[in-house]
Write a protein that binds this ligand. Sequence first.
Ligand code: S3P
Length: 167
Amino acid sequence: MANIVLTGFMGAGKSAVGRKLKELTGMEMVDTDDMIERDAGMAISEIFEKFGEGHFRELEKKAVEKASDLKDCIIVTGGGVVLKEENINNLRKNGKIIYLHAPAKVLYERIKDETHRPLLQVDDPLLKIKEMLLFRAPFYANNDFVIDTANMNVDEVADEVIKIIKK
Ligand code: S3P
């Protein structure tokens, strides 16, 4: 079976949906952010702080290359994975790209109390989310399926993913 690749902005629910899918399908799950942290031996916030975003994106590209070779897996990606077209091309080789969409306000509500995302540690995270979403919209459009998760809980999104891949 094809890999299920979850893309979407920070707070879209990719990790929670990935875990639910693992539970429902018994498929293995990998998370490119976890792979990066394991390989680098440090947290993503530390990688950004010490080496900058450009370096993080290179590590992300390598993690994506590795994950793309897997089969029958749920692949949870970081929100910026779509920025390199090469990443999506790699992930698509063995997988279907499913973009979990949510509007800025919903994303903000989901992430506002969390501190581990360096790109959102700013004075006005909602404004930052709006700006980034606008910039990234054409990148997230590079998908095979979209689920609008605004009014859905994790279980409902996971059920929808399963419907999509069974089609
Ligand atoms: C990022 C999203 C994060 C992580 C890093 C950068 C982004 O992953 O990869 O902080 O650029 O959108 P999540 O989407 O899992 O939070």
